[in-house]
Write a protein that binds this ligand. Structure first.
Ligand code: NAI
Ligand code: MG
Length: 356
């Protein structure tokens, strides 16, 4: 019997609404699978916590989380707390503190009706973006000089260490080799004449160790166009923190929107827990109304199962999402339906467990 400790951080806005549907899925799995059980600990951290306690999470928050097997996070951020505080003091603290330097974001069309692209089917939109998740443009390095004065200067520095660049590129090559897929690096060496020239060099260097992997290299502006016009070009993509953030929103848009996009923050060495979360934010515009689509959060559970080595469950969850989309009767308004978050979640459990 495998027992996994899971930390729940539902967070703000629609975070708790979608996480509670994901937890139902985990509970259904442990009921059906005699070899698997989960122990949940819930943390009340987020913007409400901040307004009450003056901090997004406890000072020893990382200590409290460090012995868990996975963190399952909803979303953080809410009007009333500046976004840079909610992001840096919770989400980025965990990503950086636990060295979750790999961000895995599948761009997979689960049903042909979901893409706004003409004539593109599941076959043409099916790739994985591997985003650098620990440094780059989001390293938080910079300065703010002469604040408020006419000579005010702001510096935001991209940090690309050899270690950081090499390990993400190597991870991507390993994944491409394992899955027998092509690997595309997305950078911008023409304009970013230090960081991205370096990135491209490291990509070529590491690539020499993987002669079996077919590679491509695109500038990020051209790649953005190809994401929309010819997504079939991509199988595995590796890119920097900022570019990956932006490109995967395009990825979400071509596969059905924010309600379906998932992302795993992985510490491959398993020295620290990894974190699984929908890509979307707290969506204050729809929170508290039962309108949130929980599919992204449920897909995160599939990524968690894969990370646990439970591929069977991971595949079954994705197949069940496809079934639910195909059935087209219990979908939330973002997908043109009129089901609530909970109704979609309940139907998912029915399909997953085969119970009426
Ligand atoms: P958002 O992802 O929360 O919302 C963007 C749009 O997508 C909204 O119209 C929203 O209604 C819709 N949407 C998002 N998730 C949905 C779902 N599951 N079902 C149906 N519709 C959905 O991004 P936004 O508005 O830029 O940010 C809102 C707050 O969330 C901000 O405070 C921001 O900092 C935070 N945020 C947090 C993230 C995280 O915790 N990982 C990621 C992105 C934003
Ligand atoms: Mg984003």
């Amino acid at each position: 019997m495998k027992k996994k400790k899971i930390a729940l951080i539902p967070g703000d806005g629609i975070g708790p609404e979608v996480i509670s549907e994901g937890v139902k899925v985990l509970k259904a799995i442990e009921q059906v699978d005699a070899n698997l059980s989960f122990e949940f600990t819930e943390y009340p951290w987020g913007c409400e916590y901040y307004l009450e306690h003056g901090k997004m999470m406890d000072e020893n928050g990382l200590d409290q989380l460090k012995d868990t097997d996975a963190i399952y996070l909803g979303a953080v951020g809410y009007p009333g707390v500046p976004d840079h505080i909610s992001l840096w003091d919770l989400l980025l603290k965990i990503r950086k503190g636990f060295d979750q330097y790999v961000n895995l974001r599948p761009v997979t069309l689960l049903n042909p009706s979901l893409t706004p692209l003409k004539n593109k089917t599941e076959k043409e939109i099916d790739f994985l973006v591997i985003r650098e998740n620990s440094e780059g443009e989001y390293a938080g390095a910079g300065d703010w000089l002469f604040k408020g004065k006419p000579e005010e200067v702001v510096l935001q520095t991209g940090v690309f260490s050899r270690k950081g660049t090499e390990r993400i590129i190597r991870y991507a090559f390993e994944e491409a080799r394992k899955q027998k897929k092509t690997l595309t690096s997305i950078s911008k060496a023409n304009a970013l004449n230090y960081s991205m020239v370096f990135w491209d060099e490291v990509f070529d260097e590491v690539g020499k160790e993987y002669p079996d992997v077919v590679t491509y290299s695109y500038l990020v502006d051209a790649a953005s166009m190809f994401f929309v016009q010819q997504p079939e070009r991509f199988e595995i993509v590796v890119t920097s923190n900022l570019f990956g953030d932006i490109l995967t929103d395009i990825g979400a848009a071509i596969t059905g929107g924010m309600g379906l996009a998932t992302g795993a923050n992985i510490n491959p060495e398993r020295e620290f827990p990894s974190m699984f979360e929908p890509v979307h934010g707290s969506a204050p515009d729809i929170s508290g109304k039962g309108l949130a689509n929980p599919i992204a959060a449920i897909w995160s559970v599939a990524q968690m199962m894969e990370f646990f080595g439970e591929e069977k469950w991971s595949e079954l969850i994705v197949t069940t999402i496809k079934e639910l989309l195909e059935e087209n009767e219990h979908l939330t308004p973002d997908l043109g339906g009129n089901a609530t978050t909970e109704e979609l979640g309940n139907q998912f459990i029915k399909l997953l467990t085969g119970q009426d």
